[in-house]
Design a binder for this molecule. Structure first.
Ligand code: PHE
Length: 465
């Protein structure tokens, strides 16, 4: 029996694209991309990133969509159907989202908190930043175990509510409205940012060729940062794209989708940099602060903007919240999809709502655990010499399981399967030669480099610098 129809299907190709772009566009674009660009030399990072998207991102995306649609199953089922011996790749792709979703929901909760705080500032109410130093404000929030847990739980609940609604009447219905709203908000913030006096230095940082960074962190490390970022940002190598592909109709055009999704994701990442870098430079700050960029540097930009600053702050953090929730929806759906497959295999009813509730509860516990850790400042024990649990979950998933899973996938995926899926319904496979070449050579090679670079920089081994 084909049970994927029972799990759901996308209602329209626009709806699918909004959901898939929503999955791809997230904190990775609005936060990770600009801050990694800031730490890795601006233009040099951008260029490597673009090369990686074309030669690796596009082909892996097409491969995963094909795999998903071909077998009509979640990630574990899809790899198992390919061959029992590949099941472990599927499990890698199942565990990664499970590790990511906890801290992801915590960060999404932070965005909610910041949206409210900016509203509070605008109305002069007691719950705003209220002239505090933004670093102190941030620290007092994330070390406050109660309120960071509450915002995390709120975010998980919202995610659960949408995913319970199902593929087309939950996920698609939400993302069809949310993604255009995100786009419009981003344009508003960009206009404000690039018209600030002194914004030009930010634009220069992004677009003016500059290779200094290759002497600093070194080429392989910049490449690894760009590669890891690309995987995370495109939601690749972790079962999401396989899962979303499995809900595609047989007449949908896979090749076109695999072009549009990475393209849109990259455009939004660059737009996010346009919203952020000019504002940061205009207020005399540096974008090299790393993770502090979103919650410290930017908040100080909004606080310094005068009367309407908090309104832009509110719009900005709401848009980051939307980006985050359309991604956490994808993470949750990917996890649940496999659980539903397993139930169906045992002849049980899939029971979407119950599965989503149960996984949602686990996600809550995980998110609260990361929130209680207070970015490592609440005295929790840590492992691997890392300083926060967020980094630990991130290292295992983004740093290891994802590039490893994607590398295996690129090697074992039969190109005939992709060819067959893409050309269904008389569609042409225009990029076939490019695809076959990249999936067999570029992708595995780059993945190995990314993996080495990630391990090197996470553990501070300094092999490459
Ligand atoms: N791609 C999302 C981002 O850029 C994150 C994400 C990862 C979403 C994995 C779903 C799955 O933030």
């Amino acid at each position: 029996m084909e049970h994927h129809h029972e799990k759901g299907q996308w209602g329209s190709s626009f709806g699918f694209l909004m959901a898939a772009i929503g999955s791809a566009v997230g904190l990775g674009n609005l936060w990770g991309f600009p801050y990694k660009m800031g730490m890795n030399g601006g233009f040099a990072f951008l260029l490597l990133y673009l090369i990686l998207v074309v030669f690796v991102g596009y082909v892996i995306c097409l491969g995963e969509l094909s795999l998903g649609r071909h077998f009509g199953k979640g990630v574990v089922g899809a790899y198992e159907s390919l061959s029992k011996k590949y099941a472990f790749i599927g499990w890698f792709g199942w565990i990664s989202p499970l590790l990511i979703i906890g801290f992801y929901c915590m960060l999404g909760g932070y965005c909610l908190k910041y949206a409210f705080a900016n509203l509070g500032d605008f109305f002069g109410a007691g719950f705003g930043v209220g002239g505090q130093d933004s670093a102190a404000f941030f620290q007092s929030f994330y070390t406050d175990q109660l309120s960071s847990s509450v915002y995390t739980i709120l975010f998980v609940l919202l995610t659960v509510l949408i995913v319970r609604g199902g593929v087309s009447s939950g996920i698609e219905r939400f993302t069809k409205v949310a993604m255009p709203a995100l786009f419009v908000s981003l344009v508003i913030v960009i206009i404000r940012s690039v018209t600030l006096p002194g914004a030009g230095a930010g634009l220069e940082f992004i677009f003016k060729p500059n290779w200094e960074v290759f002497q600093g962190p070194g080429f392989i490390n910049v490449l690894a940062a760009a590669g890891g970022q690309m995987f995370f940002s495109l939601s690749l190598g972790m079962g999401i794209t396989v899962t979303y592909g499995s809900y595609m109709k047989k007449d949908a055009n896979l090749e076109r989708s695999a072009l549009i999704i990475p393209f849109a994701d990259t455009v939004i990442a660059i737009m996010a940099s346009l919203a952020i870098m000019p504002a940061v430079f205009a207020t005399g700050q540096e974008p090299t602060q790393g993770p502090g960029l979103l919650f410290i540097t930017l908040q100080s930009v909004f606080s310094a903007m005068g009367k309407f600053g908090p309104i832009f702050g509110f719009i900005f953090y709401m848009l980051v919240f939307i980006a985050a929730i359309t991604s956490s929806i994808a993470l949750l759906e990917a996890i649940c999809s496999t659980v539903m497959d397993k139930r169906a295999e045992k002849g049980k009813p899939m029971n979407r709502k119950a599965v989503v509730n149960l996984i949602g509860l686990i996600v809550c516990l995980e998110g609260v655990f990361v929130a209680l850790d207070g970015l490592g400042e609440n005295g929790f024990p840590h492992i691997f010499g890392l300083s926060t649990w967020l980094d630990t979950f991130d290292l295992i998933s983004e740093g290891i399981l994802m590039p490893l899973g994607a590398c295996y996938m690129a090697i074992i995926l039969p190109t005939e399967l992709v060819d067959k899926e893409v050309t269904l319904n008389n569609n042409k496979f225009r990029t076939q030669k490019f695809f076959d070449f990249c999936i067999k050579f570029c992708a595995p090679l780059l993945m190995v480099l990314v993996l080495l670079g990630q391990i090197d920089s996470f553990f501070g081994l300094k092999i490459f610098s």
